[in-house]
Design a protein around this ligand. Structure first.
Ligand SMILES: *Cc1c(COP(=O)(O)O)cnc(C)c1O
Length: 239
């Protein structure tokens, strides 16, 4: 296992941050959260662009919730996640947060603890078929930007109800803030997502990333998804 002070290897994906660096950045994120709320807010470490080595570094630094965007990257990290889980360092919880194709669901079963980016009925049906009783978040596009994932706010209630009918456990909502406009634009969007979740009796709100986590937390995020502010700049993806 990685220990504090140990330098991680350079990999084909580029260099991996040291455990010490991630510990320090995690403390900084926790300070940023504590500056806006007394609630405890979960930090999901988003590892896209990194190879399997990031898993050990994350867990050694106390990050046990891992967010994955790509089925193929999760494939490459699966062994590391399994190894860490059986080493007594504590189980890793994997969140799938990327845009999800129905035909990828099958390859994710058993490797994902929660599907966070469910945004349409076909996906609900496929997850219910392949992973009965799975825990999910429904992703909502609360900014109206056409290229963002997520269902329209008006489709939310029927989708939640369909997922429940199919036996899935809907824990809450996931959303991505607006691409432009900074905190002024993000605040109302996150407030709207929180209100939609409350209307549906949903507890969890996964919103806020490295740049806008304070705004999201101030408006009721229960978990934030953090990449850059935790690991440093993402390596160039191979390929
Ligand atoms: C990459 C990504 C994040 C993390 O982004 P950072 O700005 O690096 O913190 C969070 N959520 C989703 C959906 C992402 O794709």
């Amino acid at each position: 296992m990685m220990t504090p002070g140990q330098q991680p290897p350079t990999t084909p994906y580029g260099s991996v941050p040291s455990v010490d660096a991630v510990v320090a950045r995690r403390a900084n994120i926790e300070r940023r959260i504590a500056a806006v709320t007394d609630r405890s807010v979960r930090i999901v470490g988003v590892t896209k662009g990194f190879g399997p080595e990031i898993v050990e570094v994350a867990v050694a630094a106390g990050i046990t919730e891992i967010g994955e965007n790509y089925a193929q990257e999760l494939q490459s990290k699966h062994e590391a996640i399994r190894r860490v889980g059986s080493s007594g360092q504590g189980a890793v919880r994997v969140h799938f947060i990327g845009q999800l194709q129905s035909n990828k669901v099958r390859s994710l079963v058993g490797r994902v603890d929660r599907f966070d980016s469910v945004d349409r009925e076909s996906l609900v049906l496929e997850i219910a078929r392949r992973a009965p009783g799975a825990h999910i978040l429904i992703q909502v596009n609360a900014t109206g930007e056409p290229h963002k994932g997520g269902c329209a706010p008006s489709d939310l209630a029927p989708l939640v109800s369909r997922a429940r009918t199919e036996g899935l456990i809907v824990e809450g909502l996931m959303a991505v803030g607006p691409t432009h406009g900074g905190p002024d634009a993000a605040g109302p969007v996150f407030a709207r997502v929180r209100a939609l979740a409350d209307d549906l009796g949903l507890e969890e709100c996964s919103m806020g990333m490295s740049e806008d986590l304070e705004v999201a937390v101030a408006h009721g995020a229960t978990e934030v998804r953090i990449g850059t502010a935790l690991w440093g700049a993402r390596p160039i993806r191979p390929g």
